[in-house]
Design a binder for this molecule. Sequence first.
Ligand code: ADP
Ligand code: MG
Length: 173
Amino acid sequence: MAMSDMYLADEDATESFGRLLARASMSPTHPGQTLGGRLFLKGDLGAGKTTLSRGVLREYGHVGPVKSPTYTLVEPYEMSDCLLYHFDLYRLEDPEEVEFLGVFDYFDRANLCLVEWAERGAGFLPPPDLELTLTNDGTGRRIAWTACSAHGERIAQRLSESMALLNSGMSVR
Ligand code: ADP
Ligand code: MG
């Protein structure tokens, strides 16, 4: 059965998970190019959503800090081979505001979108491919994920494969 839940002992583990997730969403023949995807990140404030996003963005080649776009609601990352968008909709007052943000095109199939607090935009966002939920577990976190589309299944499948390799002691790279 596909693994869909994992313990993350510390911040580094969360960022590493983000890196594996990025890999699973990249073209197998052209790493750095994305296969696209809408990844919704759920969990309370401080659960690790931005940390995970940082791992994803860095694996795609972003250098430098990544902070939650709490006030701007979305931060674009123009990489050489693809477009990535990092949303944080925590401050959205009303789901309808998504329409005024003018972000419709961002959700193009070709792009990778990481969305924190997608529930605040309920009804005005396209459906996710993959939903990932972070929760506190002792001093660490637990992450569980569910595919919500055929494309999401594919990403989840590749994620499980790279984790199986890790568990068998092999390096992913
Ligand atoms: P969110 O975006 O969900 O509000 P952040 O990613 O900003 O959360 O993380 C909040 C805090 O949790 C940060 O201080 C980060 O270092 C810490 N953190 C992230 N992952 C873990 C983990 N697996 N175990 C313990 N602390 C973590
Ligand atoms: Mg955040």
